[in-house]
Every structure is written in structure tokens, then in C-alpha cells.
Design a binder for this molecule. Structure first.
Ligand SMILES: *Cc1c(COP(=O)(O)O)cnc(C)c1O
Length: 238
């Protein structure tokens, strides 16, 4: 059976090849390993294989793992909240995570900023954008992205880092690149507006190559590293 260490090597090789094919430097794309639903032991294994950035969807599960990893004395671990954040969860996110990728309302951003302790570094924030237009999907509409990003950038305890998206699976590689390219274009408009963004969070186990081709700087990979997740009834909600 493939170990987490084997899987990490394979994912890193896929990322490197995707970068070569796109004429990009391998160092320009970061790997976020998505450990949601997997136990502490999986995080410890990935850490032993050199992985330092972890993503969690469910706030309480994430906080439990963060505290357990700290109790083990593992250092240099970065925690990214990549699931939906409801108002009643902002305090936990502000207290325990280093990043949140899923801000899509100013009200949530304001709460996170107000609740981020002064002795912690600012919370890194990506604004989630709904690039493929599903009415019920999370993420700000593309034409509202700039206003929200400017609002986030103006909050004292947040640091705006960029844009995140989760498009529906595309029928083929070119279609996937085309959707990711929309997020890339939106990211570029934030830069052109003078916002100091450096992170384009897109690409998962099945479509990381297309995301890298379109300019992703951070891929969020779960099952290709940790294996298949047990099915959850409400996989989309925290
Ligand atoms: C679960 C999840 C991932 C990882 O998905 P895989 O297909 O397992 O790689 C990435 N991003 C978000 C937001 C997720 O919820």
C-alpha cells in the first residue's frame, strides 16, 4: 500500500511537471495538504515527510487537530481554514488558524479582524470567488470581488493574500484551464488595482495540473495524499 510519504512524493512530482509544462518555476506553487476527516496520525506522517501546510474544512475538527499537533511539539506547521466560515465560528478561526481561504462577505472579515488577538500575526485571507456562477455556491460574484478585497485589505488584523476558487469539475483539461483562467484574470485585476496579493489558491487532486497551467500559486490536495475520504452526508457544510 502506498504510504503518505509516497503519495506526497507523487503529488510533488506532478506539481513539478505541471510547472515545467507551463514554463513556471516549481517554487512558485505551494502545496497545501488537506487533512480534513483524517486523523492526527496522518498529519504526523505528512509532517515527517516534510509537509508543513495543512488545510481543514470543518472548524472544530481543525481546532482539535491544531491543538493536538501543538501538544506533540511539532513546529513550523501552518494551518489553513478552507471550509465555509459561519459567524458563530469566526472566533475559533481567528484564535487558531494562520490562513482562511473562504471569506466571501465583509461581515465575516470584520468579525475575524475584530477577534484576531494582538499577540498573533495578522490572519492571512483569500477571498473566495464563484468563478463558474452557480447561484447556490459559496464565493463572491466576480463583479463584487474588488470591493470585497479592498474591504479586507483595509481591516487592521487581516492581511489580504489573494483569491481562492473551487470550480465544478470540468469535462476536460482545456475546459478546466479556461475556468481557472477566469480566476487568474480576476487575481490580476486586484494586482492592477494596487492590492498586494500574492496567492491564487486553486487546484485539487483531480485538476491541479490545469490550475497550475492557469497560474495557481497554491494547490489544495487531499485524497491524492491521504487517500479516499469516508463519505460525509454534508460534505459541503462545516
Ligand atoms: C476537500 C477539499 C480539497 C481537497 O480535495 P481533494 O479532491 O481530496 O484533493 C481542496 N479544497 C477544498 C476547499 C476542499 O474542501
Amino acid at each position: 500500500m502506498a504510504t503518505i510519504s509516497d503519495n506526497l512524493q507523487r503529488v510533488r512530482a506532478r506539481m513539478q511537471q505541471a510547472c515545467e509544462q507551463a514554463g513556471r518555476l516549481p517554487a512558485s506553487v505551494q502545496l497545501l495538504s488537506v487533512s480534513k476527516t483524517f486523523p492526527l496520525a496522518a498529519v504526523v506522517d505528512a509532517h515527517a515527510a516534510g509537509q508543513r501546510a495543512f488545510g481543514e474544512n470543518y472548524v472544530q475538527e481543525g481546532v482539535d487537530k491544531i491543538l493536538a499537533v501543538q501538544a506533540l511539539g511539532l513546529t513550523d506547521v501552518q494551518w489553513h481554514c478552507i471550509g465555509p466560515v459561519q459567524s458563530n465560528k469566526t472566533r475559533l478561526v481567528a484564535a487558531h488558524f494562520d490562513w482562511v481561504h473562504t471569506v466571501d462577505r465583509l461581515k465575516i472579515a470584520e468579525r475575524l479582524s475584530a477577534q484576531r488577538a494582538q499577540d498573533l500575526p495578522p490572519l492571512n485571507v483569500c477571498v473566495q470567488v464563484n468563478v463558474d456562477g452557480g447561484a447556490n455556491k459559496a464565493g463572491v460574484a466576480p463583479d463584487e470581488l474588488l470591493t470585497l478585497a479592498q474591504g479586507v485589505a483595509g481591516l487592521p488584523r487581516l492581511r489580504l493574500r489573494g483569491v481562492m476558487c473551487i470550480p465544478e469539475p470540468a469535462p476536460d483539461f482545456d475546459a478546466a484551464v479556461a475556468v481557472f483562467a477566469r480566476a487568474r484574470a480576476l487575481f490580476d485585476t486586484l494586482q492592477q488595482a494596487g492590492l498586494p496579493v500574492d496567492t491564487l489558491s486553486m487546484g485539487m487532486s483531480d485538476d491541479l495540473e490545469a490550475a497550475v497551467a492557469a497560474g495557481s500559486t497554491l494547490v489544495r490536495v487531499g485524497s491524492a495524499i491521504f487517500g479516499n475520504r469516508p463519505r460525509k452526508v454534508n460534505d459541503a457544510t462545516a
